[in-house]
Write a protein that binds this ligand. Structure first.
Ligand code: MIC
Ligand code: SF4
Length: 660
């Protein structure tokens, strides 16, 4: 394996002189934003954050947390608060959240993107992303902006609140994996197939601890929306982020968006070394791919699914909702009608995309073909409407197909490109989209229309702003510092790759409770174990046991905060997903890692566990002793914390730590 720079010294000056000719794109941005510590893969890193992004489902908590820090204004160069997840207003809750978030943005100097303006990642790409800058977002698909050459990282709401307060973002320094692209995509093969191929090779945990940096001659053949599809869904590998260089294609996109001034050329140095190794991918050899239910890495060629009959096809989500995506679907569907057994749902990514679709005939072509067109929002991707029929197959251009996420527990969700989706909608069965030869070409505008009617910019005057706090906005729960020792029952024992959707399901019924922790806590693990919250309450909390990659998927801190509210004090797992592990620490839940597989086998659900000398072990960096009181067995577990994380744990969570 190609070992990259082990150390970029503590002093940035030293870095610049010594290594300036041999840096990767990611290293260049990291080096420009380092606050302290060196760039040593696996070691702690503190980064200056230029921009933040919050969305409504994670944002209400993030903004409550920011408010609790008592600052008069955000301290970033730019912070945007989006409303895109909870837009289905079937009760007062979501509307309450929207009003709260708008008043918070006005009061604290953030830009507010109103419901209907679009999905945060698509809008951020169009309107705010900047090559070479850093972006921290309370959504796991924040790396979408990496398509523009921005170092964009997903995190829990509390980390984003801290960044809005001007605090650095702390993370473990990732390795950099180079993905070397050669060749050019053939007709009918798309950027979605590139990222599905990356997922097939890396799996849902192959990116953990890494930045995926794209390079090679294939890069210049990809447009920005295509690059953004790839960096968006790189999140499914568990990667810290994904990143493209900023080149002439980037400049053209920014000029198209009327933001040419934001451009800055950014490329890796020829002799740059990649600490995480290299993968080569010849775009010319790719074929249309699909991820089968229920994991984004269950990837097979579309040709192997031939004949499967979907009841539903959905084109949209932050992965594939650009104008080009809409145009390619319309190209297949124009002048034709969808199959009578298919419901076709289209969700454009932003109001800019939707407006352009109305101008150049795409919208008319899709409507005439039989599409149901939704407002620009997350929608079906997060189970906010459009749940498929019982046992149905749904083909979606999304990034996640976890069981039950669609709102229908026994539906089978396949993740595909817009081309594959449109072809299936037409035929009523899965076919290789390359078989559709006749396509209509829609002219794309030379310049994007940038309406700002749905964007509220901060006021310059300091007029008093009242925060609108409807009954759905509940105060933040408070938590006590860590105890010296702890005893409790194992509430649940789980296998590998447990998702945050498993822990804290979303969907139209539960999402509106994101601002109300006592209410949402009732739904922890409700999809898999409906009695979990009762069990946790009756046992005054306890422990969760998990396998590998516990907490993969979303950045939702509710997957830590709600279990914490139910009294969960430690999660014992074989390994953790990055964002979830940080969220556990932020809310004072111990993330304990099994040192050997057989220790996992020593625990059963319901058994009693004792953890002695917790504080002492954490403070001295020692392993924690775990005693299974029910069997008398003892073993040690790791709790790998940076010195700062140790202080956060001891304080009982990040908010206590920051307030102190
Ligand atoms: C998701 O795609 O799972 C979400 C919903 O966007 C989450 C954020 C959330 O749970 O609010 C994410 O990706 O972080
Ligand atoms: Fe929204 Fe889906 Fe993207 Fe999450 S993955 S931000 S729910 S569109």
């Amino acid at each position: 394996m190609n070992k990259g720079p082990r150390l970029i010294g503590k002093k940035l000056e030293g870095v610049r002189k010594e290594r300036v000719k041999h840096l990767t794109v990611a290293e260049k941005i990291l080096a420009n934003h380092l606050i302290e510590d060196g760039l040593i893969p696996g070691k702690p890193l503190a980064l200056r954050i230029d921009q933040t992004l919050t969305q409504d489902a994670t944002g209400t908590m993030a903004w409550l947390q920011f408010e609790a820090l008592g600052l008069p204004r955000v301290r970033t160069k730019l912070s945007v608060s989006y409303v895109d997840h909870n837009t289905l207003q079937s009760g007062f809750e979501n509307a309450d959240d929207h009003a709260f978030l708008q008043s918070m943005a006005v009061k604290y100097g953030a830009i507010f993107s109103r419901p209907g303006n679009g999905i945060c990642h698509q809008v951020h790409l169009e309107s705010f992303g900047q090559p070479g800058a850093t972006l921290l977002g309370s959504d796991s698909h924040t790396p979408t902006a990496g398509g523009l050459g921005m170092l964009a990282i997903g995190a829990g709401g509390l980390d984003v609140a801290a960044a809005m307060a001007g605090e650095p973002f702390h993370l473990t320094c990732p390795e950099i994996l180079r993905i070397h692209l050669t060749g050019r995509l053939r007709r009918g093969v798309t950027a979605k197939d590139i990222i599905l191929e990356v997922l097939r090779r890396l799996t849902v945990k192959g990116g953990v601890g890494k930045i995926l940096e794209y390079a090679g001659p294939g890069v210049s053949t990809l447009s920005i929306p295509e690059r953004a599809t790839i960096t968006n869904m790189g999140a499914e590998t568990g990667a810290t982020t994904s990143l493209f260089p900023a080149d002439e294609v980037t400049r053209t996109f920014l000029v198209y968006q009327g933001r040419g001034k934001s451009f800055r050329l950014l490329k890796a140095d020829t002799k740059a070394a990649y600490s995480g190794g290299e993968i080569s991918l010849n775009l010319s050899q790719l074929v249309p791919l699909a991820a089968k239910p229920h994991s984004p890495d269950a990837v097979v060629p579309v040709s192997r699914l031939r004949g499967i009959k979907p009841g539903q096809v959905v084109i949209g989500s932050c992965t594939n909702s650009s104008l080009a995506d809409m145009a390619s679907a319309a190209g297949i569907l124009a002048g034709r009608s969808i199959h009578p057994s298919v419901s076709l749902v289209i969700t454009p990514g932003s109001s800019q995309v939707l407006e352009a679709m109305t101008r150049n005939g795409i919208l008319a072509a899709l409507l005439r073909a039989g599409a149901r067109v939704m407002e620009p929002a997350c929608g079906a991707c997060i189970g906010m409407g459009q749940a498929p029929a019982s046992g149905a197959v749904s083909l979606r251009t999304f990034n996640r197909n976890f069981k039950g996420r669609s709102g229908t527990p026994d539906a089978g969700i396949y993740l595909v490109s817009p081309e594959t989706a449109a072809a299936a909608a037409l035929q009523g069965k899965v076919i290789d989209p390359r078989r559709i030869k006749q396509r209509r070409k829609f002219p794309l505008p030379r310049k994007a229309e940038r309406s700002s009617s749905l964007v509220v910019f901060p006021r310059s005057s300091r007029k008093k702003v009242d925060i609108i706090r409807g009954p759905n906005i509940r105060p933040l729960p408070e938590f006590k510092p860590l105890p010296e020792e702890d005893r409790g029952r194992v509430l649940i024992k789980l296998g590998d790759n447990v998702t945050t959707d498993d822990i804290m399901p979303a969907g139209a019924k539960i999402l509106p409770l994101r601002s109300n922790i006592p209410a949402i806590a009732e739904f922890v693990f409700s999809g898999l174990y409906p009695d979990f919250s009762c069990r946790a309450r009756s046992r005054q909390g306890g422990y969760i046991v998990g396998g590998e990659n516990y907490g993969q998927g979303s950045s939702r801190e509710h997957a830590a905060l709600a279990p914490k509210y139910l009294g969960v004090r430690a999660v014992l797992a074989k390994s953790f997903a990055r964002i979830h592990q940080a969220n556990l620490i932020n809310f004072g839940i111990l993330p304990l890692v099994f040192r050997q597989a057989q220790d996992y086998d020593r625990i059963k659900s319901g058994q009693e566990i004792f953890l002695p000398k917790i504080k002492q072990c954490l403070s001295s960096g020692k392993n924690l002793l775990v005693r299974n009181v029910s069997t008398g067995e003892e073993w040690e577990m790791q709790c790998v914390l940076s010195p700062r994380q140790t202080e956060i744990m001891l304080a009982g969570g990040m908010l206590n730590y920051l307030k102190n």
